[in-house]
Design a protein around this ligand. Sequence first.
Ligand code: FES
Length: 578
Amino acid sequence: MTDKRPLRSAQWFGTTDKNGFMYRSWMKNQGIPDHEFQGKPIIGICNTWSELTPCNAHFRKIAEHVKKGVLEAGGYPVEFPVFSNGESNLRPTAMLTRNLASMDVEESIRGNPVDAVVLLVGCDKTTPALLMGAASCDVPTIVVTGGPMLNGKHKGRDIGAGTIVWQMHEQYKAGQIDLNEFLSAEAGMSRSAGTCNTMGTASTMACMAEALGTSLPHNAAIPAVDSRRYVLAHLSGMRIVEMVHEDLRLSKVLTKQAFENAIRVNAAIGGSTNAVIHLKAIAGRIGVDLELDDWTRIGRGMPTLVDLQPSGRFLMEEFYYAGGLPAVIRRLGENNLLPNPDALTVNGKSLWGNCAQAPIYGQDEVIRTLDNPLRKDGGICVLRGNLAPSGAVLKPSAATPELMKHRGRAVVFEDFDDYKARIADPDLDVDETCVLVMKNCGPKGYPGMAEVGNMGLPPKVLAKGITDMVRISDARMSGTAYGTVVLHVAPEAAAGGPLAVVRNGDFIELDCYEGRLHLDIPDAELQERLAAWQAPEGLLWDGGYRRLFVEHVMQADEGCDFDFLVGCRGAGVPRHSH
Ligand code: FES
């Protein structure tokens, strides 16, 4: 396909003046012949490879396959590294550096001679970070995910990454298994390359990228080590070159309609609560107005069809074999539940055009039917009330139905350290009817909003065989976790939200059916407590990125982006420095 539109990269390589000489000359030290600079689209491969991000540690091989596709289609690939947010190692939380990574991506794209980018993503935060950065530039963009691990194996049964850790740790604390048994599952859980194989945040965001139309079909679920993952990488490399010629920029794909489709799909897959924050942040970067209440309007009441852990039984490997995300989208569309079937995707076809004929395997066990869903009550439950004026969320498919309407006495922890210090105290005044409340774990309070919202239960409650209690915090929760857990309370305690003034013994009412989270004290008393509230000491760090983070991070309902990063700034080429 020929194209008359001037390439962005020509502003570096397309001149015969001093600057053109310099740009080409230094690139030629890599052995690039002159003809590669003669008008071929330059495709950036934005790589989050890192040995400290084990979920993305196989990405060099994926990049090689993307390159083959780019070359075959007549482009020239250039691979570059960006900050890699590995969920498992990074302290205090990979969420702290999601925005940092997005800034790295944005400026790497804008400042370099690339006409389009392929985003290599996998571990949880890498997907939103790279999409946020690319959205702020709005060049043609295609997502290639690293894929999930093979099923974990332990003692002859399948185990899910992350979810088994929470389960076995609870069992260990309750005295049901010993330490050897607990530790013996480590190697079996992570036995291949790839991301967590449950419907945790990584898989959820991979599904979101596909539902948004930013990847080729099947990108979300092909296992990391399946040769078809490399075929998809190759085809993505070919397609991105065509997207340059078609000027198919991200803003043509990431429309409000695309986000509405993604919200509905998130309900159908039983996706992570983290998607609420990440989709808002991505939408903000491309200029789409996405509100917390859109999750109620579009997703609430939608049955969960995909029977994957942590809500259900299976893992991503079975999900792929059952037909993957195209099969889910087909099931939605056939039941008139796909809000915007005509939404454009990166292959130039509509979402429905890609999925209408998708095969569904597995006897409707993994991808269930509308009349036999995993949970009738899926989606994300958005809560509001005097305890969360700007909102909070709960994942119904991971909750205990009997607890979704509950009134209980608050047992309050001032922060995560306080929780850790006292939760196992035999004298803690708590029983299973209480509501565990944890403060100061939000975006500013923890900084980074750690995934600590699924507080483990007090051992003396666990010992009774109780497995769930209502828990409320301004924290996030791992997508692999479960329970009747109210998260993302906004404004957070550290910003002076009402959560900050909850006291031991207060009664709290949770009603997921009415979307209500209420602190049962007189309004005058609430106002009195709020007026007397003082910000916790030590909130502002001495300096560095963490100070920038605390000063500029927005609340959970606003996507936790930095206030100065919201918006699409485009890929206008910066002026020469020489
Ligand atoms: Fe990387 Fe779960 S820790 S995907």
